[in-house]
Design a binder for this molecule. Structure first.
Ligand code: G3I
Length: 319
């Protein structure tokens, strides 16, 4: 079996990967995406605020449309990413002179503009991304600064109004195990629900480190703490990096670690799918961000499957 086929057989909706626009000119990259390993894609950058609304009120959807049409032609689920984040914001937002009312208006306008454009095409939207500090308090981003925590339910309400059929997610990292940050994410779910709003899921990004991933029991208990609130969970940005140089021992451990997270999702009712944050080491974001680290993906830079691929497959078959 291949990954998406095995995922569906296990009751998940999809197995997928992030895709960035520069990768699209690589025919080998595209050919792999068209196989039964993948049934879902997420744009790694194209639908974020800076690329979609680079100057206020003027939208550019060319790059996002490329990814959306690839999903359509491959019959893949499209997870749309993301509407509100502190990063990749245009400077008119980060250094604008705002009031509570004007920033709420700009936020609603942006969400309505982007979600309306992709209406009917997104299985899910990451509505708010990475709103929390490690201790579970809110990040002091521009939205929090002018609007307070209300920016979160406001964003979800705007997205719900613009596309009633897209699943609406809160998405973050280091919330894959119990602790202050996971508790903070649960507080966000309850905040939206208490405001009478709709939140359908929580995205567990799962940017892990070889040999340091949370245990199967830990990940399952954590997923259950979210689904108990009446929301789905999804693994949204899975990759497992190592300190280079790569060794066969590290690859074996990486395979075990991929299997653990995959198994946790398969064995959790309400975990809908798994997305890699790119599938090949050739295009991973990791080396550019963490100097000396890399080889985080299940395919190497030459598109050979690593042991991690078979770890994922074993996890998908663990239902
Ligand atoms: O678009 C500009 C381009 O015009 C310029 O020439 C080039 C020069 O560096 O930079 C381009 O922007 C880059 C952008 O990706 C698009 O390729 C940024 O420098 C680069 O920092 C940016 O990185 C992205 C990162 O988010 C931004 O924080 C990664 O590709 C993307 O994989 C990563 O994804 C995030 C998720 O959205 C949220 N969770 C964490 C995850 C990993 O950081």
């Amino acid at each position: 079996a291949q990954l998406n086929t095995a995922a569906k057989a296990a009751g998940l909706l999809y197995f997928g990967t992030a895709v960035d626009n520069p990768d699209l000119s690589d025919s080998k990259y595209i050919a792999n995406l068209e196989t039964a390993d993948f049934g879902q894609i997420t744009p790694a950058n194209a639908m974020k605020w800076q690329p979609t609304e680079p100057s206020q009120g003027s939208y550019t959807f060319t790059q996002g449309d490329q990814i959306a049409s690839l999903a359509k032609s491959n019959n893949d689920y499209l997870r749309c990413h993301n509407l509100v984040w502190y990063n990749q914001l245009p400077s008119y937002i980060t250094s604008g002179s705002w009031t509570n009312a004007t920033l709420i208006a700009a936020l609603k306008e942006h969400i309505n503009g982007v979600v309306t454009h992709y209406k009917g095409q997104c299985y899910a939207w990451d509505v708010v991304n990475e709103a929390l500090n490690e201790d579970g308090t809110y990040r002091q981003n521009v939205f929090y600064q002018y609007i307070g925590e209300a920016y979160i339910p406001i964003a979800f309400a705007a997205a719900a109004a613009a596309d009633p059929n897209a699943k609406l997610y809160y998405n973050d990292y280091n919330i894959e195990y119990a602790g202050s940050k996971a508790t903070g994410a649960q507080r966000i779910v309850k905040l939206i629900q208490a405001a009478g709003g709709r939140i359908d899921g929580v995205g567990l990004q799962s940017h892990f480190i070889v040999g340091q991933t949370p245990s199967l029991a830990t990940q399952k208990a954590n997923m259950a703490a979210f689904t108990a609130l009446g929301v789905d969970v999804a693994i949204t940005e899975l990759d497992i990096r190592m300190t280079l140089p790569d060794t066969s021992a590290l690859q074996t451990q990486q395979s075990t670690d991929y299997q653990t997270t995959t198994t946790a999702c398969v064995q959790t009712k309400g975990c809908v799918g798994i997305t890699l944050w790119d599938y090949t080491d050739k295009y991973s974001w990791v080396p550019g961000t963490f100097s000396g680290q890399g080889d985080a993906c299940p395919w190497d830079s030459n598109y050979n499957k690593k042991p991690a691929y078979y770890g994922i497959l074993a996890g998908l078959q663990s239902g």
